[in-house]
Design a protein around this ligand. Sequence first.
Ligand SMILES: [Zn+2]
Length: 325
Amino acid sequence: MALGNHFRRRGDVERAIDIHSRLRKVTDVPDSDRARADFELALDFMSAGLYDRAETLFLALKESPSHGKPALQQLLLLYQQQKDWHRAIDCILELRQTMKPKHGETAAHFLCELAEEAMSLHRLKDARDLLSQALEDDPKSVRATLAKGRLEYSKGEYRQSLDSFRSIESQNPVFLAVVLPMIGLCAERLGQERELIEYLDYLYSTYRIVAAAIERADRLSRLQGGQAAIDYLLPILEETPEPHAVAHAIGFLVQDTFLGPSRLQRLYDLLKEGVAGGQKFCCERCGFGSAELYWRCPSCRYWGAIRPTGPFSSLIFIEAEDTPG
Ligand SMILES: [Zn+2]
């Protein structure tokens, strides 16, 4: 057995399969040894990319007293790899009978995957049910709430949509920065621009969400011009000198002074480019940084570990940690 494992680790999967297959055929061995040979063989199949055969073996091992749980955990990995979310959820349900939760959060991600798939196929009723299930499994699932808000928006239910997006505050206020554009759209549809301004002020003063201040300044610039926007933004920059916001403020200046193809205009364009490509999200576990929000970290493969950070919403991290509860 050890020899077979050694070959698998060295990448010689064929030889590992050969050894473990022969071990299975040996009669007069205790059930636990046979289960172990089956389990190792299934791991060989996984390494060789023979997923069907690995699945068959793991499924047969599910009831084994010694290898049932590890087999189920391997099946869970296998189904995630194949994006077979239905079967992955079944695994979680089975694992949950033997293990403490934390699995609720992962199951919620699988349900969200299924819901997003349903939405892309315009099966909106299914999507809604799946998202409700996801929120039952993990009431703090920002992802499910965000998808629910998008679903409601696409059906023209702007009131519900706005409520969904705003309810992310009770789940994890750090993520409000991500939904600000959607909150803005809902408020416009509902003719609630004034309430929106108040809300943006609230977000900045409560959580120091810089994106909220930028959004507020943008709206001000459209209504009253760039000078008003700068007057609003400058004290905020004194407090939170965040590169995105600084670039934005310079943008108002450039817009107001009609510089044309000047050197200052060129410098501004370069600054904007530099800031735009920056890291907006970061994995709490492995430090992976990205300009995009991933629900599963592409680096450490962990679900739900990526948070908005850095230039996207600089101080909210600190603020959120300082806030009790
Ligand atoms: Zn990571």
